[in-house]
Write a protein that binds this ligand. Structure first.
Ligand code: PRP
Length: 213
């Protein structure tokens, strides 16, 4: 029997995914041991788990280096890969929002060529160009995005809001909602054909667990 490889997004999401996979009957004890290893195996069920950077999960799954991936919807939207999104896992929930200084409340549509700083340029482009049909300048940043409106790099940001603490502590507010986010279970298109029985059994088991919550 071939291994089925699951790509987990390093960090908090990986921990929540590990709990879920354990409840689904997989042997995840290697994953729980704090180490710098990146590949773990469940010999009994013939599963491999790999720890990858969240934004790389869609790439591993698209190329089939992983059959399955668990990653945030934000990362999936940003990557735009052709994967099967099988389950909304309901954890890692947060939202994508436009945020900025309170003074801009109700004024966003009148700013000419507004500058939008974000890590999520594809999501921002889609939102402004396709949904709002507003022409804006999108500025790519790699982190600490909340700083941009404070120092005048941009008028607003498009970023993830979870508790709202980061915005609050930096004097910013949510101005518009872009979309809701949460962790998703995704599958490579070929794996779905080749290993459909084992993958669908895992999907069914996880759905059953989620329905009980
Ligand atoms: C995210 C996001 C916000 C923060 C929101 O950053 O970009 O900065 O979390 O969370 P809150 O509403 O609970 O304060 P993350 O910590 O993922 O990393 P980053 O610094 O790379 O953006």
């Amino acid at each position: 029997m071939e291994y089925i490889t699951v790509a987990l997004a390093k960090g908090r999401l990986a921990e929540m995914t590990t709990d879920l996979l354990e409840k689904a009957g997989l042997d995840v004890h290697e994953l729980r041991e704090k180490s710098r290893k990146l590949v773990f195996t469940d010999e009994k069920n013939k599963f491999k788990f790999i720890l990858v950077k969240a934004s790389d999960v869609p790439t591993y799954v698209e190329y089939g280096a992983a059959d399955i991936g668990v990653v945030g919807k934000d990362t999936l939207l940003e990557a735009g890969k052709d994967l099967y999104e099988m389950i909304n896992l309901g954890f890692g929930t947060c939202r994508m929002a436009v945020a900025g200084p309170k003074e801009l409340e109700g004024k966003l549509d009148s700013i000419h060529n507004m500058r939008v700083a974000t890590k999520y340029t594809e999501i921002a482009k889609n939102y402004y160009h396709l949904v709002k049909k507003q022409s804006v300048e999108i500025i790519k940043l790699h982190g600490s995005v909340e700083l941009a409106p404070i120092v005048g790099l941009s008028e607003v940001i498009v970023d993830i809001v979870e508790s709202g603490k980061t915005l609050k502590e930096n004097g910013l507010v949510v101005l518009e909602e872009v979309c809701d986010l949460s962790a998703r279970f995704v599958v490579n298109r070929v794996s779905m054909k080749m290993e459909s029985k084992r993958i669908l059994a895992l999907v069914a088991k996880i759905k059953e667990l989620l329905a009980k919550e």
